[in-house]
Design a protein around this ligand. Structure first.
Ligand code: ADP
Ligand code: MG
Length: 245
């Protein structure tokens, strides 16, 4: 069987960029002059690690929501793994989203389920065979350093631990792209570093990682590609540190 036990393979990638924005504009319904995103064009290759930085309200989460196809662009095109998101039919969207893992500032764990159940839930949703779930959940909880906390409830854990559970949940279905929207926004510096180091590790294992953050110290130290957004405009896109105050 070619050594692979996985029955759910990721979609094959095209040779092109894994994420491509082509002159994307976004004006939210009910707003007129305020462009949340203005003529945004960039592409992210398979295996890249990219920070998106900028002040509050500059359009960072809009970029993440557009990639998830949670919202639609007002004009322009977005391609993910070579597929034009505007051409995805409604019944293809949930399958498309399985190729994305996502973590948020506020963790969004199920409060009445323990750590194991929170991660396993992501696999149950996509109908992973029951026999595979324990092994894959364990593997992910070990990766994030929580193999001894299976039975803990989110309310019994620190913010840093909760975010590691959220990360395990985002990764358990082996996404092609990991999106993180201010994943360290609620964490102290040590936990923030732990999460960023895990994201770096995940990236080194081949996942494309896109991280929205305000944390200029981390961005400066990690020396990754940085896309800087201000008032909906991409004002800078280069390797290195944080350019916006
Ligand atoms: P960031 O994540 O950088 O803080 P957002 O992408 O959330 O910024 O927002 C960009 C702009 O779009 C802001 O001016 C914000 O007020 C506006 N905006 C965001 N979401 C909505 C919405 N659902 N309806 C109307 N305006 C919105
Ligand atoms: Mg935001």
């Amino acid at each position: 069987m070619l050594g692979s036990k996985s029955t759910k393979k990721q979609q094959p990638l095209s040779d092109g960029p894994v994420i491509q924005f082509d002159h994307v504009n976004k004006i939210y319904d009910g707003t007129t002059e305020d462009h949340a995103l203005v003529d945004a064009s960039f592409s992210i290759n398979k295996g890249e690690f990219v920070f998106i930085v900028g002040p509050s309200g500059s359009g960072k989460s809009t970029i993440i929501r557009l990639i998830q196809k949670e919202i639609q662009p007002s004009s322009g095109n977005i391609f993910v793994a070579g597929r034009d998101l505007s051409k995805l039919k409604n019944n293809q969207v949930s399958l498309y989203r399985r190729s994305l893992g996502i973590v948020f500032q506020d963790f969004r764990l199920l409060p009445d389920r323990n750590v194991y159940e929170n991660v396993a839930f992501a696999q149950q949703v996509i109908e992973t065979p029951k026999s595979r779930i324990p092994k894959e959940v364990s593997k992910m909880l070990t990766l994030v350093g929580l193999s001894n906390k299976f039975r803990s409830l989110p309310t019994e854990m620190s913010g840093g631990e909760q975010q590691r559970v959220a990360l395990a949940r985002a990764l358990v279905n082996n996404p092609m792209i990991l999106l993180a929207d201010e994943p360290t926004g609620n964490l102290d510096p040590q936990n923030s570093w732990d999460i960023m180091n895990l994201l770096d590790e995940v990236n080194k294992r081949g996942t494309t990682v896109v991280v929205v953050t305000h944390n200029s110290e981390i961005v400066d130290r990690m020396q990754k590609r940085v896309i800087s957004v201000l008032d909906g405009h991409i004002i800078e896109d280069k390797k290195g540190g944080y350019v916006l105050g």
